[in-house]
Each structure stands twice: as C-alpha cells, then as structure tokens.
Design a binder for this molecule. Sequence first.
Ligand SMILES: [Zn+2]
Length: 76
Amino acid sequence: MSQKPPLRSLRCPHCGKPAIATADNAFRPFCSERCKLIDLGAWLGEAHRISLATPPDDALDPSDGEGLAPKPAESQ
Ligand SMILES: [Zn+2]
C-alpha cells in the first residue's frame, strides 16, 4: 500500500494531459514526443507558409533564353 505521490506535474500545452516536469521527461513541457513534434511541426508549418509566399518563377524558361537579352554592341 504505497502509492507514490505524483511527481511535479504540469499540463501538456498541446493535449492538456498531465506531463511530468522533471528531467526524466525529455519532452517537457509536453507529455510525449508526439505532442512535442506536433507542436514543433505547427511552428515550422507557419514558417514554411511564410517562405512559400513567394510564387515559383514558372515564367522563366531557360530553354527559351536565346535572344531574350541581346548584348549591347556598342563600340567606343
Ligand atoms: Zn500531450
């Protein structure tokens, strides 16, 4: 009949489940690696969305580059 008292616990910011707040929990303040990765992924997703704001340059076709930029034939 010896029930261990709960370790210092906090709530996982992602799922709200109790998470262990000691060095034993490598995923603090999250309850598990999954929650940590999901939360991290959400942050990275935001960053990716910002970088993807620039549309790809489909208009530039390297195979059709001839004659696009004529060299200035100025002789001095
Ligand atoms: Zn969680």
